[in-house]
Design a protein around this ligand. Sequence first.
Ligand code: ZN
Length: 247
Amino acid sequence: MGTDEGLRAAECFHPSDEEIEKWMDDAFDTAKDALENGEVPVGCLMVYSNQVIGKGRNEVNETKNATRHAEMVALDQLLAWCRHSNLDVSSVCERTALYVTVEPCIMCAAALRLLNIPVVVYGCRNERFGGCGSVLDVSSASLPQTGSTFKCVSGHRAEEAVEMLKTFYKQENPNGDQNLSLLLFLLSSPLLSSLFSSPRLIFSYISSLVSSFLLLSDFCFYAVSQELFINFFFAILSFLPFLYITS
Ligand SMILES: [Zn+2]
């Protein structure tokens, strides 16, 4: 099937609300499985002619392979299914919808585009790596010789998808221990400085404060949280005796 014909297929191909609900339920279950197995909670399905021919969740940690995103896992299954069913990959892809809980990243969006997948239904936006408009618009940009543009239907259960990501990043972030050690470090620094009576220590103190803050804000990217504010509050609080001592 040529690209023009593929584009026409894409134009008249739009999943119904019922289909979106049904398949996204399944994609969310797959994402939960990822979460339970210590992976970034993203799950997806590839549906052709009302049949799931590819299903995947993130397998990055398990395989130690940064490219094993949910979409890539599902695409491999789609390719295997085509081989097994003796069907042409291009004509299957041009009639396959992808359902995924988080906006595909730039890499995955490019792969979907090259394979002429016509429709992508996703939950929440991917502000860091999104290839469907959040960072780059691989889905609809005019790029010659790179497959066809695809349609995006976004926002289905977006809040739930974000919550799952937050849960994952909170689990990953050993904030409890980290907060305690940071607090102890911050409180001990003014004491040490006063013992050595060295004003130069103020610079190392400030720089360690700033770097701890930056480190924590990065850890808390998805979980912009009370914890960050609590750390910041303690940082300010612990700075006060230092000013008193040096004045
Ligand atoms: Zn990806």
